[in-house]
Ligand binder design. Sequence first.
Ligand code: MLT
Length: 415
Amino acid sequence: MALVNEHYLKLAAGYLFPEIARRVAEFTASHPEHAREVIRCGIGDVTEPLPPSAVRAMQQATAELADRATFKGYGPGTGYESVRAAIAEGDFRSRGIAVADDEIFLSDGSKGDCGNILEILGTGNRIAVSDPVYPAYVDANVMFGNTGAALAGGGYEGILYLPATEANGFLVDVPDASAAAPDIIYLCSPNNPTGTVMDRTRATRWVEYARAHRSIIFWDAAYEAYNRGDAPKSIFEIAGARECAVEFRSFSKSGGFTGVRCGYTVVPKELKAYTRAGDAVALHPLWTRRWNTRSNGVSYAVQRGAEALYTVDGRREVAALVDHYMENARILREGCAAAGLRTWGGEHAPYVWCRVPDGLDSWGFFDHLLRQARVVTTPGAGFGRCGEGYFRISAFNSRANVEEVVRRMRALLAR
Ligand code: MLT
């Protein structure tokens, strides 16, 4: 008899973004006359073409694969050396952060990595996440068996939810000294969904907390390219983080790779977890072992495309792409404020977080905006209990669409 992974049966609802897509499909099926008017600012999916440097590098790589003299088969599971070196130099050492080439592990994106890494830690770790939170962290831990049952009203038994609220500026702080310390702490900065950015003082407190409790921080920096202020771009800017943190990065939102698929994880050699007997075990060799056994890595052409983002031209093109979405975020932030909404984020992040107008909950406002303005957003409740009463707008869109969204929202909210 084949057994099923019963942890999957605990999952309370479908994944958030397919649920949004389902509601939009239902609306367009019942109102086909409005289907073409719908503007999607729900899932954070890029809209602009790939940087030309990445396109050229991928075309060149494909040409190499088409020629017997330059053909390549399996590559190293953890990534080609030149690509790992370009990343370690470009994102870290050139900014004064010590990261070795072989501490970079290429993957198909950080969404997978933030769940896959649980494999080398096993079950039984107590997980902490912010609330609201990017739902992939929670669902991965449910699937893996790190939680109990779904709770009435949202969330899962056994997860420590750290409320991110207006009161703390949507930035989570370390738990009280009296509370049982979590073993794994997911932190995302710039934050998805609230668009807020963790300051250096808080990040330092988290590193000190993790070291004191022998916990590990999973620092999701998928939106790092949007952080142009003084806040840490990498957790490894904080002294001591190499002993207590893993960092996830993605080319999805910097190089527009949501469809291409490439990201990477940084696992420092100093990082350790513990056996139940209390013996320290380095995680770098385990993660290397995991990759070499479970994957043959990212495709050659995609890796070459990612590497090209670190050339002089590639950097300029990425900056232009990020500028485009950042200007969209400014237009959305200011437009929502002018429409009378309270907003957060959108200054060093591609997401604007808004308070739902009085009288509606976040799914109610989602439906109202969809039906009355034909604008798709993401309801805050989809990110957790503390997201109720808020909604997220993604700045990943064309300029024309973003301007139209602001026009429609202002008209709707002025009624
Ligand atoms: C989001 O919209 O939160 C993300 O882009 C979706 C994802 O990365 O999975």
